[in-house]
Structures are given as C-alpha cells and as structure tokens.
Design a protein around this ligand. Sequence first.
Ligand code: SF4
Ligand code: SF4
Ligand code: FES
Length: 256
Amino acid sequence: MKGILLTGDKPIIPEGTKMVPVFIMGKKYLVPETLTIQKALEYVGYQLIRGCGCRGGICGACATVYRIMGEHKLYFGLACQTVIKENMVLTQIPFYPYKRKIHDIDNLEPTAETMAKIYPEIMKCVGCNTCTRACPMDIKVMDYINAAIRGDIEKCAKLSLDCIMCGLCTSRCPAQITHYNVGILARRLTGAKIFKRADHLKVRVQEIQSGKFDPFLKELIEVNEEELRRRYVEEREWEPLDSKEKGWKPQDQRYL
Ligand code: SF4
Ligand code: SF4
Ligand code: FES
C-alpha cells in the first residue's frame, strides 16, 4: 500500500518507503518522504505543543520557513500542509505579537482615512510584493493592502477573506505592516458599514432574546451524553450534500 497509515499522531511507515534527509534545528534526520513537516517533526521525536493547532491548514499556528540545502531561495509554508522535501532546512516561526487596537466599529467610517489613521504603516508599503510571495494561502496580500490605502474597503475585505493569521507576510515586510490586522479591520468595516443588514438575522436575534429556544436548550443540557450523541448522529436531519434545492428546510421545524 502506498502512503502512510496514521494512528493518532504516530505514522506507521509502509515497507520500502524512501527515507530522505532533513535538517531540524541544525541536526540531520532521515524521515519518510511522504510525511508533512509536522508529521516529520513528530516522527523524529518532537512533541508539538506550540506552533501546532488545527492540523488542517486553518488556524495559522504552524508557519514555517525553509531552505533546501544548497539553494539560495527561502520558501514558506504551513507545517501541517507542506510535504517534506529532500534536504529541507526547517525553521518554524513564532507568532509576532502586536499591540491590539480596540476600535469602536460603530464610530468608524469605511474609508482610506480610517485605515491610515489606525494602521499608518500601510502608507509605507513599497510595493515589493514580498508579502504575497510569502503567503501560504495564495492571497494577494499586497493587493489587499493597496486596496486599504485606496479606501476600497470591500475589496480589501474580500481579498483577505482566506487569511489564517499565520504572520508569514509580516515576517517579511520591509514596511513593518501587520497585514492580517488590516484585513480584519476591513472585514469588520465591510460587515458593519457596507453590506446590507440581513433581515432574517435580526429576526433570529430577537427570537433568541425573547427566550424562544430556552426550553430546547434546557432539555439538551439535561439529557445524558449517550442520548445527546444519539440525537446528534442518528436523529439529526442533514441537508443533502448534493441538494440543489434552494431554501432547504428540515421536516422537524420546531427549532426554526
Ligand atoms: S511586503 Fe510590505 S512593503 Fe512589500 S508589498 Fe507587501 S505590504 Fe508592501
Ligand atoms: S495574509 Fe499573511 S497572515 Fe494571512 S495567511 Fe497570508 S501570510 Fe498568513
Ligand atoms: S496546525 Fe493549523 S494551520 Fe497548520
């Protein structure tokens, strides 16, 4: 069988798998060539407590910079998604702390002035595009910073939507920009000030506040774990994955 069987975090390596050299903290190890960087670290004995979260390319905790021995180029990736390469020299980077700016979004306007006031460093962008080249999510990072500078907040929000806050762009930016924070502000402004408010959401919030769902929640809190699992796994109605029907609703409409 090709590939690696995984039992929990421990890979079982099929016979005949090619072993390749990698360098971790300056030490050379031989690891199966099919492992991700994260699995390779565990294979050689590291226990991942920091720099590891979802293992699914979503949380951004495992930002990694590497070189291939003998090449001049720096490469960037997520350790949970990037498969090991022969002669990789690995460095996992920590998150870059940044003084969190608290905004009262209701009192901000979605404009270039707002972006420049809160994150003045964006005006120092030199257009090198290094941030885009460093991004493991293939986001056009420089473009979303430039959209923020121009005051095209919706474009900044849309272009940055897949950002997982890994910080790789920030580690490379000569203008010291924390791109992910700029994207978050743009998305908040877009949600609060540009997009039309969803009427159905307003209705649902009112229903929650009026206590409509309290009896159902109380009942769920009181049932035991086994019953909870049974309801979740066996009884719950699922929208069919291939459903083309618009506005699908479950047959049991008590909770709508
Ligand atoms: S790395 Fe920094 S300076 Fe270069 S394009 Fe990106 S935001 Fe601008
Ligand atoms: S934009 Fe920056 S922080 Fe967001 S995923 Fe790309 S490199 Fe990571
Ligand atoms: S561990 Fe979450 S993105 Fe890699």
